[in-house]
Write a protein that binds this ligand. Structure first.
Ligand code: ADP
Length: 263
């Protein structure tokens, strides 16, 4: 038996297929989010890895911003619950999860059973999100995947004082025209993301072990800056962008097991 979790985010679509032993048999990430062909592309990719299609899937749970529009799902669940559950599976002792996605930042408390506790989120503004970093990478004529490499070469991070994406973009352009190095500008951007995220995390309270999830957790520059800002180590599991899809697949597996025990 196999189950499927799909996380249709604002920026990227992620799929995880599990067998009944909770082993990942296929995963896919497509950098296109809700309202695009991203979900279909990620599904095609995952099904071709798995060697079967919908006929081989016992149950599907959808999560993420675009979950309500995904008709093939047996159930929709909030990304908060799915990130908590997915992280608990990957790092069982994580108690604070900081999820920076394309469009929002969330800080969650996870119980020792993997259930979601309290949470805080910033969803009203792009500042400090993946979108903010995507815009900055474009201005600096680089890719988001390169930001951590540039950050590691910084000597003296510049200061970015604006919290608004549009004003921060103007500040970055001013730093560029003043001749500041790209690594120093990138490191300054990461510090500004870290300060904003740390403020949110402190509102919830930082309980160790702290872990990051979501696409931005792949940026080691942000992880290092946030770890310095909060003064705690931050763990990042492998294939971290799939955490929400994995959590959705684990909830799908619970449902499939319940269905089976009723038969
Ligand atoms: P959502 O669920 O809201 O669609 P994700 O958690 O998938 O968001 O994260 C998307 C963000 O991840 C992008 O906006 C981008 O900034 C960042 N990202 C994606 N791939 C990478 C990478 N290889 N390195 C650094 N950042 C990345």
């Amino acid at each position: 038996m196999h189950v499927l979790g799909i996380d249709i985010g604002s920026t990227a679509s992620k799929v995880a297929i599990l067998d009944e032993g909770k082993n990942l048999v296929a995963t896919a990430v497509c950098s296109l989010g809700t309202g695009t062909s991203g979900a279909r592309r990620a599904l095609d990719d995952a099904f071709s890895q798995a060697g079967f299609g919908w006929e081989g899937v016992a149950r599907t749970v959808a999560t993420g911003y675009g979950r309500q529009r995904f008709e093939q799902a047996d159930k929709q669940m909030s990304e908060l619950s799915c990130h908590a559950r997915g992280m608990h599976h990957l790092l069982g002792d994580a108690r604070t999860v900081i999820d920076i996605g394309g469009q929002d930042v969330k800080v969650l408390r996870v119980g020792d059973d993997g259930m979601l506790g309290n949470f805080v989120m910033n969803e009203k503004c792009a500042a400090g999100t993946g979108r903010f970093l995507d815009v900055m990478a474009q201005v600096l004529e680089t890719e988001v995947a390169q930001l951590e490499v540039l950050d590691a070469a910084a000597a003296r991070p510049v200061e970015i004082s604006s919290t608004c994406t549009v004003f921060a973009e103007s500040e970055v352009i001013s730093h560029l025209s003043a001749g500041e190095s790209i690594p120093d500008i990138v490191a300054g951007i990461h510090v500004s993301v870290a300060k904003r995220t740390a403020g949110l995390a402190r509102r919830l309270g930082v309980v160790e072990r702290v872990a990051m999830s979501g696409g931005v957790a792949q940026n080691g520059g942000v992880v290092r800056a946030l770890s310095r800002e909060l003064d705690v180590p931050i763990a990042v599991p492998d294939r971290v962008q799939l955490t929400g899809a994995l959590g959705a697949a684990l909830y799908a597996l619970d449902g499939a097991m319940r269905d089976r025990s009723r038969c």
